[in-house]
Design a protein around this ligand. Structure first.
Ligand SMILES: [Fe+2]
Length: 412
């Protein structure tokens, strides 16, 4: 039996006695119930985009990440495009609603937030975990008061019929799904009619050609981590809820006081390496927004959540360690992408000596998601450096402020 509470703890952020007590109790119960061993890796990530945006977004992802377009599944109200690297990394499902006027639960999660509402169909939805026995995992989770969509709701929402889907988290607004498949079998999504769509294939081939011409294929690795932003008061419960739903453990939290923020890291108990099952990061402000006027420091994390709602902020792609054309690989990747018109929010930060370099792209106009690139050097053991996180958080905050002002100006 895996002992989820026995992993080494990192970080400097103090948690409450409530968190420390319930972290131990919840993990011990999860281990004892067999859930830690029965819930495997993240198999699939689900992202939804505005109508008419999926070809452009698939093109963007296939240029900026190592993903390939596989096939499109068409159901009554949606197209769902499947992107894959291989069976050692999670798939990405890019889902597009056909009718802009269709209202549903995922759209509602955007609509009450001022900037989130401007692209009501664009958001990261959540992830699907591979499990050993679907019935057993669902029954055990129901006994722990986890609420699932009924099968007829899954059918109406046009989510894969062979999954069990937990209702959106009150803290992150993300969903978690479970499905059973023989490992290392193939992944087949029970959802509509399958075809290769010409416009998606064309966007993919153009992007893939560019990716190869620029030499990015050899440098871009799978997803390293997924970073979700939540309200300050939900930091601890969002982490504990995710550990209840998954087979992840609590790695630790770093305080970023100058950005009024903390970065909180959870990892799969099953893999040392993040590529089969990306690290899940939760970012939250240290103080709620109404303290800002007394603190007098920036609060980009809370501002993001107030503007967009709790949601995934970025996905991070790992960059192969090494040098290309006389520069570090991450600098080479960024230069190459800038050359073909991609924007970044800041310069590459960190250094080879510190062991880690990182950068944020501008947010996608199709999904609102940022892509982070991260290159670790040599035997760098840490997950990140506090200086880098502070720089990235500040840059993303400055960008959102700018965009907020632009939007306000446009509205007059
Ligand atoms: Fe990150």
């Amino acid at each position: 039996m895996t002992a989820s509470a026995e992993f080494c703890r990192y970080g400097d952020k103090q948690n409450s006695p409530f968190f420390e007590e319930w972290l131990g109790r919840l993990l011990e119960d999860r281990d004892r119930q067999g859930l830690t061993d029965h819930i495997g890796r993240i198999d699939t990530l689900m992202i939804t985009v505005e109508p008419g945006h999926s070809a452009a977004y698939v093109g963007e992802l296939c240029l900026m990440t190592p993903y390939h377009y596989l096939v499109t599944l068409e159901s009554e109200q949606h197209f769902t495009h499947i992107l894959r690297i291989d069976m050692n990394a999670p798939d990405i499902l890019v889902r597009e609603v056909k009718d802009a006027n269709l209202h549903g639960i995922f759209r509602s999660l955007n609509e009450v937030y001022p900037i989130g509402a401007q692209r009501p169909n664009s958001r990261y939805m959540g992830e699907i975990f591979q499990v050993a026995n679907l019935h057993e995992v669902v029954e055990a989770q129901k006994a722990r008061e986890i609420r699932f969509f009924h099968q007829d709701q899954i059918r109406r929402l046009e989510l894969p019929g062979n999954t069990a889907i937990v209702k959106p988290s009150p803290y992150t607004h993300n969903i978690v799904g479970y499905w059973e498949r023989p490992d290392p079998g193939i992944r087949v999504y029970a959802l509509g009619l399958s075809s290769i769509r010409n416009d998606i294939q064309a966007a993919y081939e153009t992007a893939k050609e560019m990716r190869e011409t620029l030499g990015l294929d050899a440098l871009l690795l799978p997803i390293d981590h997924l970073a979700t932003r939540v309200y300050s008061q939900n930091r601890e419960v969002a982490i504990l809820e995710y550990l209840t739903l998954s087979s992840y453990y609590y790695w630790g939290s770093y305080d970023i006081p100058e950005q009024n923020s903390s970065t909180n890291v959870t990892k799969s108990v099953h893999f040392d390496n993040a590529f089969p099952s990306p690290v899940k990061v939760f970012t939250a402000a240290n103080h709620p927004y109404f303290c800002n006027h007394l603190l007098g420091i920036p609060s980009p994390t809370e501002a993001f959540v107030r503007n967009f709602g709790p949601r995934l902020h970025h996905l991070a792609i790992a960059v192969q360690d090494g040098h290309t054309a006389g520069m570090t690989n991450i600098d080479y990747v960024v230069h190459a992408l800038q050359h073909c018109g991609r924007d970044f929010l800041l310069e590459v930060i960190g250094s080879e000596q510190e062991g880690l370099k990182q950068i944020f792209s501008s947010a996608s106009e199709h999904s609102s998601l940022i892509i982070e690139y991260v290159q670790r050097f040599g035997d760098f053991q840490g997950f990140f450096t506090k200086e880098n996180v502070a720089g990235l958080t500040a840059a993303a905050g400055a960008d959102e402020t700018l965009r907020g002002l632009e939007n306000a100006a446009r509205r007059g």
